[in-house]
Design a binder for this molecule. Structure first.
Ligand code: PLP
Length: 418
């Protein structure tokens, strides 16, 4: 991973001083670089499209801000959505239904009905779901999610493609399920596997492509021609300074080689979430309190696990720096901790930092994926702002949540009112 540029010890984000953005909009604030977002989309689409016809379904759970979705819509992206809320958000952002694939898990009949009425292709996760959709809309366009028995991911919590996870239909059931879907009259378009999130090794993706290719041929033998193979997302990105990115070129060549050589399928679907948005965004947070316990030093900041839960939830590493002490000599090791009343509320452990002081702006790197989108109101803290920087200009793309929102949908029974 590469570091940001700076000017006289002041970090520059997309050509703007990071601390100026914090000053103008307040903290905590997520800040996204539009140019980088567009570049990331173009890079991943280009690398695969060079090898074979490729549809990029941006997995919008990584970051579902409408402005971000608008940019990706303009770039020509399609969408992988995992809930009705995501489908509706993408429709609102201007994606047509034919550019959205819905991949739910443990889907209710209400949700199946809602998604099929919106005319969005459904990626079936279980045999029960297939039967239930047949009652609701038997001719619907579908794909089927296979659990290939290979997994990948940055932590056990995000590996989805292994046996024993709740996702997909085990590969040995696949042929029966395709035959059943065909008998039921479904419009069957593709086959899918998503093996996990954030893995940086290309081999699990190749294994999954092999399994999907073999199944595609067996499915053809029972009279169903598939239009696409969907290898899912989960392409890892570096979070540490000395980490190299995974070789997307190699991945694209290997995976498309397998599909082209073994099947007649002409279109590849990929579903990157993290890859497209992770490094487009930083979280800016203000140091509000320094605490030195002798054995341990804390940089207390105004962003916590309510804003960015990945370190607390997965033990994830996010690089941190001080915006206006950029490249300065480090003085000691600190934990960067937030305002939430939990011992696990930290953003970074044991980081050497250059003499942090109250008022400093701390920059949390690579925060664009599963950052804001996983944020919450825990401890009754309003969700923070989001800003988009383009061409040297910073624009607000989400305002801070008003305090009234915190109790907006709560109902106190009449007899308890004061
Ligand atoms: C989350 C998810 C993705 C994207 O994962 P990333 O690690 O963000 O690339 C893709 N497909 C499905 C079905 C998902 O649930």
């Amino acid at each position: 991973m590469e570091d940001y540029e700076s000017d006289n010890g002041r970090m520059l984000f997309a050509g703007v001083y990071a601390s100026d953005i914090a000053e103008e909009f307040g903290t905590p604030v997520y800040v996204t670089d539009e140019k980088k977002l567009r570049e990331n989309y173009r890079r991943i689409h280009g690398v695969f499209a060079k090898e074979m016809d490729t549809v990029v379904n941006y997995a919008c759970k990584a970051n579902s801000n409408l402005a971000i979705l608008r940019i990706l819509e303009e770039e020509g992206s399609h969408i992988d959505a995992v809930s009705v809320g995501e489908v509706e958000s993408c429709l609102k952002a201007g994606f047509t239904a034919d550019r959205i694939l819905y991949t739910g898990v443990n889907v209710s009949n209400e949700e199946l009905k809602a998604v099929s009425e919106l005319d969005v292709m459904i990626n079936i996760d279980s045999e029960s779901e297939l039967e239930r959709l047949a009652e609701i809309n038997p001719g619907h366009k579908i794909s089927i999610r296979i659990n290939p028995g290979v997994g990948s991911g940055h932590s056990d919590a995000v590996i989805t493609g292994k046996r024993g996870t709740k996702f997909g239909i085990p590969s040995e059931r696949a042929i029966d399920v395709y035959a059943r879907a065909n008998d039921l009259g479904f419009d069957i378009r593709g086959i899918h596997a998503h093996i996990g999130s954030g893995g940086s090794d290309i081999y699990p993706f190749m294994d999954a492509a092999e399994i999907l290719s073999e199944l595609t041929n067996e499915i053809k033998d029972i009279g169903v021609d598939l239009e696409f193979i969907d290898i899912g997302g989960g392409f890892g990105v570096p979070y540490k300074m000395n980490e190299d990115p995974m070789s997307l070129e190699e991945l694209a060549i290997e995976v498309t080689d397998i599909i082209k050589m073994q099947t007649d399928v002409e279109t590849l679907y990929i579903e990157p979430g993290r890859y497209i948005v992770a490094d487009t965004t930083v979280l800016l947070t203000k140091c509000v309190n320094i605490k030195d316990l002798g054995t341990k030093k804390f940089v207390g900041v105004d962003a916590g696990m309510n804003n960015l839960v990945r370190p607390a939830m997965y033990g994830s590493h996010h690089h941190v720096a001080i915006a206006d002490k950029f490249g300065k000599a480090c003085t000691a090791k600190y934990d960067v901790v937030g305002p939430i009343c939990e011992t696990g509320d930290y953003l970074a452990h044991d980081r050497v930092l250059p003499n942090p002081a109250e008022g400093d702006i701390v920059v949390v790197y690579t925060a664009g994926a599963y950052g804001f989108s996983m944020s919450s109101n825990y401890n009754m803290r309003p969700q923070c702002r989001e800003v988009l920087v383009n061409d040297g200009k910073a624009e607000l793309i989400r305002d801070v949540q008003p305090m009234e929102d915190l109790w907006k949908h709560q109902i106190v029974p009449e007899r308890l009112r004061k």
